[in-house]
Design a protein around this ligand. Structure first.
Ligand code: AMP
Length: 120
């Protein structure tokens, strides 16, 4: 799948759309989800152009993957989520209902999150 440079997270990275920023470094940006599904709902995105987890895990240089993983853990820790607990999730593709075609990790916390998936 070709990366769409007009996706909403690309526009946030270019500063064309505002976000409630929590963290930024050379490789990573994190901000609050605009439609939170839990009291704390953070999105962590790489600055590189990766469509999905599949793209990122296959094509990102090791340094970017390491930076992303370290940043996600640090963001959770620095927001006090590691004690009570949190959930991380990445949707890949249509079956998982990925809406934004720029790889992102969701971090959910702030309440008891219940079982992993909602049953039909
Ligand atoms: P996904 O379904 O995994 O692609 O998740 C996309 C997420 O992006 C959803 O939770 C949306 O609420 C969130 N989102 C969409 N637009 C924005 C935005 N402008 N700022 C912050 N979060 C957004």
């Amino acid at each position: 799948m070709v990366y769409d440079r007009n996706n909403i997270f690309a526009r946030i990275l270019r500063g064309e759309i505002p976000c409630r920023k929590l963290y930024e470094d050379e490789h990573v940006l994190a901000f609050h989800d605009i439609n939170p599904q839990a009291p704390t709902h953070i999105l962590v995105i790489p600055k590189g152009e990766y469509v999905s987890f599949d793209d990122f895990s296959q094509n990102a240089p090791g340094a970017e993957i390491a930076a992303f993983c370290r940043a996600a853990g640090r963001i959770a820790r620095e927001n006090g989520l590691d004690g009570p607990g949190y959930r991380i999730l990445a949707n890949h593709g249509a079956a998982a209902h990925q809406e934004v075609p720029h790889f992102h990790l969701h971090i959910f916390a702030g309440r008891l999150l219940g079982p992993m998936l909602v049953k039909d």
